[in-house]
Design a protein around this ligand. Structure first.
Ligand SMILES: *Cc1c(COP(=O)(O)O)cnc(C)c1O
Length: 316
């Protein structure tokens, strides 16, 4: 299919599976409390740009209109991998600014090696520079090294990304009472909540520690929608120690969920979300008669063999 004027980079050629399937999941741990669990299978949207990475990148890539894209991420970033894959599939240049010294990252881990294989130019910066990445001077330095690029922030979360994620909410209109999602930067939650109708609510489960996410979501909603949008809340109790931290108990839970429901469970975000929902249902946090959708925001990292040792903290 040729690119159309409204789709200059030819995203439609990638044939995303949208709207993503909404599947019932018969689970006695929920049913016992009168709660219906549904799985919103955003992991099935696209092989190389799964889940919220598609929803957040698509509007940014449309705006970039085929120009090179520069973005940011940690050493195991799903967002970097998705951006690199989009560059390969659609034929635009990508630059990935990676947190951490280059020496510490050579040889490349499988996730960064995949980015490089997809043609992404990797630019390593020390942690201090990485923290200052929004500073105009730091950004100017990066752009002078790589030429004019569209800049997409860490995790792909900006106003356009949040707007892209409203579609996730709209796909759930009239079908659920609560839509729950794991949060890194909060971009997906910001858009999801805005897309829901009054009477529906979004629930975010942060996978990072620190309690900063509420402000991040409010800031994103202000940028994207001009102010607060929809009803949402956070439950900060299920980060399991922080980003990329897991426990044997979390893995056992995820293995069991895979056996019960027959889908692969990504461990850094999705497993924490499903654990939280199961725990909340068990505590009676959802009134009987509630329908809860768990947004399956991604798949296990395909560059990571199952049962591989725990990743060091590595960013979105
Ligand atoms: C990136 C990612 C998230 C976090 O999304 P945010 O919009 O940054 O909150 C959640 N789940 C998965 C699987 C991801 O890859």
């Amino acid at each position: 299919m040729p690119a159309t004027p409204s789709d200059p980079p030819g995203l439609s050629r990638l044939r995303p599976a949208l709207p993503s399937p909404l599947q019932p999941a018969a689970d006695d741990r929920f049913e016992r409390h009168g709660v219906r669990l549904l799985l919103k299978r955003d992991d099935l949207i696209h092989q190389d740009l799964p889940g919220n990475k598609w929803r957040k990148l698509a509007p940014n890539l449309l705006a970039a209109a085929g120009r090179p894209v520069l973005t940011f991420g940690g050493a195991y970033s799903n967002h970097l991998r998705a951006t690199a894959a989009a560059g390969r599939l659609l034929g635009f240049r990508t630059v990935g600014v990676v947190r951490g010294d280059e020496l510490a990252h050579r040889p490349l881990n499988p996730s960064l090696a995949q980015c490089a294989a997809d043609g992404m130019r990797l630019h390593f910066v020390d942690r201090r520079t990485y923290r200052a990445k929004a500073d105009p001077q730091v950004l100017a330095g990066l752009l002078s090294a790589h030429g004019e690029c569209e800049v997409i922030p860490e995790g792909g979360s900006n106003a356009m990304a949040a707007q892209g994620c409203t579609e996730l909410g709209r796909e759930l209109l009239g079908r659920v009472d609560v839509a729950a999602v794991a949060c890194g930067t909060g971009g997906t939650l910001a858009g999801l909540a805005a897309g829901l109708a009054p009477g529906q609510r979004a629930l975010g489960i942060p996978v990072l520690r620190g309690g900063f996410l509420g402000d991040a979501v409010r800031d994103l909603q202000r940028e994207a929608f001009g102010g607060p949008a929809g009803t949402w809340s956070l439950d900060e109790r299920f980060h399991f120690g922080g980003y990329a931290r897991t426990t044997p108990g979390l893995h056992a839970f995820a293995d069991d969920f895979e056996d019960r429901h027959g889908l692969p469970i990504e461990r850094l975000y999705v497993a924490k979300l499903l654990y939280a929902l199961t725990e909340l249902a068990g505590q009676g946090a959802f009134p009987a008669g509630t329908t809860v959708a768990a947004v399956i925001t991604g798949r296990p990292d395909p560059t990571e063999p199952p049962g591989a040792p725990q990743k060091p903290p590595g960013g979105h």
